[in-house]
Design a binder for this molecule. Sequence first.
Ligand SMILES: [Ca+2]
Ligand SMILES: [Ca+2]
Length: 197
Amino acid sequence: MASATRERLRARLGLETLEDRLALSGNVIVSLSSGTLRIVGDNLSNGVMITQAPGVYGYTITGISSDPTGTAGDTTTVNGLPAVTVYGVRENFDIRLRGGNDFLWLNGGTPGVGTRVVVPDILAVDAGDGNDRVQLSNTVVSSQTAINLGNGNDMFVARDSLFVNNVAITGGSGFDRIFNLGGNTVLKKLALNSFEG
Ligand SMILES: [Ca+2]
Ligand SMILES: [Ca+2]
């Protein structure tokens, strides 16, 4: 699809922005299974931020607005709470956000100031249906990265992040975009799949 056509299509779909603001933000279920951190969303628009916590393999999962600009009214809950900290995550991150316009942010802040988020093994994200945004800031993925953005007009954003192994990003149907905001390193292969809509 030509980009001008895409812009017209997006203009016609402008109502979605209003729906984003009105959408409830739901709840995600966080659990630890054999050292793997599992996060499972619902079919509402979930906002989830992961930060490195003090302690051994500790991570804090905070419910945030699903709208990256913060203008959506509700924030998502995590196991019914504002935030949950999990310790002993020695393996993978396995994150499934299901339907809704979801926002996942692995947030290590600014290098040298914030605390870098280190994924101990594989990072696997299935953003599902809806217009999702997956963002990595100052994050290290120690093994493979597999991001499946699912259907919808999705966005993958990375800044100051290190990918030690292969990275595969799959767009699915819809208008998908990748933003490289600088400071990113992929040590092995980067594969982009299904970005033609
Ligand atoms: Ca969701
Ligand atoms: Ca999607």
